[in-house]
Ligand binder design. Structure first.
Ligand SMILES: C[S@@+](CC[C@H](N)C(=O)[O-])C[C@H]1O[C@@H](n2cnc3c(N)ncnc32)[C@H](O)[C@@H]1O
Length: 453
């Protein structure tokens, strides 16, 4: 009998909640794992099942619709999710033997369903194994429909990426979205330098393999373990952060003693980085509109031992922007469609759509307007997003510069980029766009602008 707390049961609960209640997969999974009694190995399996099943939903549904006579939309949602979970294991998880995958999935059906369901689940999974020749997909898909099926993304997103980046680059992005995300951490230089923290991490967990990040002087890339619940983390020696994301504060380049604003700051990943670069000296105001998220910034700041940060719950659009209230450097890390982080949050591709970009664009333009007022003459404004949609990125900045002649794109940005980024990423006047396959990091857009003196 499958225990209620098995990896597959946890994964099924999360998948149901993500699709039926619109919950965020990463938050819900973390919360569910924290409350579970699963072993580290089973936690790994539950995580892989949730992300893998979400990532491959399109391909899984294509298969299931051939196996379920009336189509999977006619099934109870939990049965549909259970079947996806079952096929995912059979198709993508080499380390789970087929017999075990079928058995465990049927056991869950027995524990949760009425009499017909275990038979249905057993029949569908066994037909999948019997009809294995039918599930071959093209190696080099050409049409949007084939690309969407093979890489398991919604067609509207594939069409848009092909339109913007061309079929080859779009395919590379889509494939990268299905690879597991790496783990990188940003060393807190106020505690110790990169080499020292790497040494301490290695002592804490001898299984870790540690490399220096080619993108950030504060970054370490880790494999073979996760130190995020260890003593060094709690004591603020490092922060878990994606490498592309580390570039943002580095390109704003605040100096000790300056006045800096982080306008959309929660959960505070970049706030901590800015304060570290400022050596905890000067003024750093971090605001976010959501009260519950402001707490997350406070937690980060406290853990990192930073005393300079003023955390405030505020709508950036309502901050007064005159005289004393102006800043030498302003960071606007704007809310966005998140297409650059699909590999970390695969539910993004199923829960969002192209219409949403319109309202985000409007909000980003308002936030840019507000941020611009808060930059002192001669000061720097950095605008960043974790998306690949040009309307939220390049086009947003072009429109902003057109309407704000007191700002110039900073053409020195290119020379300040790390060499690998200059070579691989897409760049233009004062901006850089990193795609997920360039460095196996998040897709990010960063633009730097200077206000006239
Ligand atoms: C991309 S996230 C910021 C991530 C953050 N910079 C970090 O590195 O951890 C965007 C944030 O903008 C906040 N936000 C949205 N509208 C806002 C507004 N009008 N004023 C201030 N913050 C806002 C959201 O609550 C969200 O936390």
């Amino acid at each position: 009998m499958t225990r209620p707390d098995s990896a597959r049961n946890v994964a099924l609960d999360v998948l149901i909640a993500v699709e039926e209640r619109g919950a965020y997969s990463n938050l819900l999974l973390n919360d569910r794992l924290k409350r579970s009694s699963l072993s580290p190995r089973d936690r790994g399996l539950a995580t892989e099942l949730v992300y893998g099943t979400l990532q491959r939903k399109n391909t899984l549904d294509w298969i299931l619709n051939k196996l379920v006579r009336k189509g999977i939309d006619t099934l109870d949602p939990w049965v549909r999710h259970l079947l996806r979970l079952g096929i995912y294991q059979l198709r993508y998880l080499d380390r789970v033997p087929s017999r075990a995958a079928v058995h465990e999935t049927v056991e869950i059906a027995k524990a949760r369903g009425h009499r017909g369901i275990p038979g249905l689940v057993n029949g569908v999974l066994r037909s999948y194994l019997r009809r294995s020749r039918e599930w071959t997909l093209p190696d080099s898909p050409k049409s949007v429909t084939d690309l969407a099926l093979v890489t398991s993304h919604p067609e509207w997103l594939v069409r848009r990426l092909v339109e913007v980046y061309g079929p080859e680059t779009a395919h590379s992005v889509l494939k990268a979205n299905n690879r597991p995300p790496g783990l990188s951490v940003r060393v807190n230089p106020l505690r110790g330098n990169r080499e020292r923290v790497a040494r301490l991490l290695q002592e804490e967990d001898p299984r870790l393999r540690i490399r220096l990040s080619p993108l950030s002087g504060q970054g370490l890339i880790l494999t073979g373990g996760n130190p995020a619940s260890g003593r060094l983390f709690r004591e603020g020696w490092f922060t878990v952060q994606d490498e592309s994301s580390m570039l943002v504060a580095e390109l704003l380049a605040p100096r000790p003693g300056e006045r800096v604003l982080d306008g959309c700051a929660a959960p505070g990943g970049k706030t901590g980085h800015l304060a570290e670069r400022m050596e905890n000296r000067g003024t750093l105001l971090a605001c976010d509109i959501h009260p519950h998220k402001v707490k997350l910034i406070e937690n980060q700041v406290r853990r990192l031992g930073l005393s300079m940060v003023e955390v405030r719950q505020a709508d950036l659009r309502e901050l007064p922007g005159t005289g004393e209230a102006r800043f030498d450097r302003v960071l606007l890390d704007a809310p966005c469609s998140g297409w650059g982080v699909i590999r970390r949050k695969p539910d993004i591709k199923w829960s969002k759509n192209l219409q949403e970009v319109d309202s985000l664009r409007q909000l980003q333009a308002e936030l840019l307007e507000a941020a611009a007022r808060l930059v002192t003459p001669g000061g720097t404004l950095v605008y960043s997003t974790c998306t690949l949609e040009p309307q939220e990125n390049r086009e947003q900045i072009t429109a902003f510069l057109k309407n704000h002649p007191t700002f110039q794109a900073d053409s020195t940005l290119f020379d300040t980029l790390p060499a690998p980024v200059r070579e691989k990423a897409l760049t233009g006047d004062g901006w850089v766009q990193i795609l997920p396959h360039h460095f196996e990091s998040d897709g990010f857009f960063i633009a730097r602008m200077i206000k006239e003196k």
